[in-house]
Structures are given as C-alpha cells and as structure tokens.
Design a protein around this ligand. Structure first.
Ligand SMILES: Nc1ncnc2c1ncn2[C@@H]1O[C@H](COP(=O)(O)OP(=O)(O)O)[C@@H](O)[C@H]1O
Ligand SMILES: [Mg+2]
Length: 233
C-alpha cells in the first residue's frame, strides 16, 4: 500500500511579475516501508519536493495523499499534527541547538508533543540507543563529531516514532565512513522499525542503499531506476 502518492504535483514561485515553475507535474508513489532515493542536479526541485512530501510546503496544484488522506483538504492545525505524527526530518547541516546536550536536543520535539518528565526522557534515551549514542547523551554538539551530530539529529527525528523519515542530503557534510554509518542506521530503521525512508542525495553510493532512485530533471521525474526489488511485508 502506498504511504506517499502524488499525481500531477506542481509548485510555482512568484518573483514579482515572474512566475517560476519549480515542480512541473510530479507523479510519485512510495510504498509503506520502502527505502528510496531522489537524485538530480542542483536546482532541479529536490528540496521543494521533499518539503511538500513533509507537509512543510503546499503544492500549487495536484493531488497528494499521505497514508490515504488527501493533504490539500486539511487545515494548518491538522497538517501540523500529521507532520508530527508521520514525519521525521533529517537535514544536511544537522540543525542541533548548540547550547543543549544530545539528550536535550532529542527531547525538543517531544516537548512540543506534550510529553513530560520521565516519559520524555525515556523516549529520548531510547532514540539515542537506536543510533548507538547512549554513552554520549550529555555531550554538547561541539563535543561530537559530524557523524555523531547527525546521529543525534536522527535520534531527534525518530523520537516520536514517525512512519516516514525524510532526509535532505543526510551524508552531504560527512566523510564516507560516517556516511556509511548513517546508511546502516537508515537500514535498521527501515528493516527493523519499518520506517519509510526517502533520501535526497548526490552520492551514487548513498543512493544505491535505496531500492529505487527517482531521477529528477528540471522539475519532473525523468525516470526511475530500480536498484534492488524489495519484498515488502
Ligand atoms: N522560496 C523560493 N522562491 C523562489 N524560488 C525558489 C524558492 N525556493 C526554491 N526556489 C527555486 O526553485 C528551484 C529548485 O530549488 P530546490 O528545490 O531547492 O532545488 P534542489 O534541492 O534540487 O537543489 C531553484 O531554482 C530555486 O532557486
Ligand atoms: Mg536541495
């Protein structure tokens, strides 16, 4: 069953009188518990597409169904709830708060979700355990390597047990060893925790970890490459 389904999604920006069409009719179907990659040249619309998938941005036209519900019909409040419940974001630049330690950074979204006290601490510690950082939870971001900071950011993204992880160049700021480590965490989230993973990357080695690659060219999906067929259970 598709968890993400798009038909004819467009996104236009207006710069004064000039209208720029950044997405030009995207058709996309991602099954529940799939792990897929999106590749394409800089400026082709990858981040715009990921933001729409993550309900951070609205399409100009087209149909987007997340887990069978049409997103266009929902108001801001419901959209926010859906985002909290369904989506975990991972970015190239980690976006951790520098004055908070790892455990506090991971707890942030749980505060917004209304989780308090021991339950919140426990959920954050569980997430840090999944990424193998239980022994670093009192470290500040500045006391962690880039790879470790990205693992904290992943722990933050999964602390609310989302169905979907959206990652925009998750290994873009990392050396290849740390990048490989992030990929093995993604595999564990995908295979053991059944999370759907959608990652944007320009690195073929990273892209090949997914079961297929959506190739974006100038705001459209040019073609889809099947890397390895996965039997979804
Ligand atoms: N808020 C915006 N206003 C106007 N143009 C934008 C805006 N955001 C992105 N764009 C343009 O949309 C195009 C695609 O951007 P983006 O999705 O970030 O590409 P990618 O992630 O593939 O590099 C770029 O040409 C960019 O300049
Ligand atoms: Mg981008």
């Amino acid at each position: 069953m598709a968890i993400i389904e798009m038909k004819g999604i467009t996104r236009q920006y207006k710069n004064g009188q000039i209208r720029v069409e950044v997405l030009k009719g995207i058709d996309l179907r991602i099954e529940r518990s799939e792990f897929v990659s999106i590749m394409g040249p800089s400026g082709s619309g990858k981040s715009t597409l990921l933001n729409i998938i993550g309900c951070l941005d609205n399409p100009t036209s087209g149909i987007y169904e997340l887990d069978g519900s049409s997103i266009a019909k929902l108001g801001d409040g419901t959209l926010c709830d859906i985002r909290n419940q369904y989506i975990g974001f991972v970015f190239q630049q980690f976006h951790l708060l520098p004055k908070l330690n790892a455990l506090e950074n991971v707890q942030l979204p749980l505060i917004y979700r209304g989780l308090f006290g021991r339950a919140r601490r426990r959920a954050a510690m569980e997430a840090l355990e999944v990424v193998g950082l239980s022994d670093r939870m009192n470290h500040l971001p500045s006391q962690l390597s880039g790879g470790e900071q990205q693992r904290v950011a992943i722990a933050r993204a999964i602390s609310m047990k989302p169905f979907v992880i959206l990652a925009d160049e998750p290994t873009g700021a990392l050396d290849s060893n740390s990048g490989a480590n992030i990929m093995s965490i993604f595999h564990e989230l995908n295979e053991k925790h059944k999370m759907t993973i959608v990652q944007v990357t320009h690195d073929m080695n990273v892209a090949n970890h997914g079961s297929k690659i959506f190739r974006i060219l100038d705001g459209s999906i040019d073609h889809v490459e099947i890397i390895n067929e996965k039997v979804l259970v």
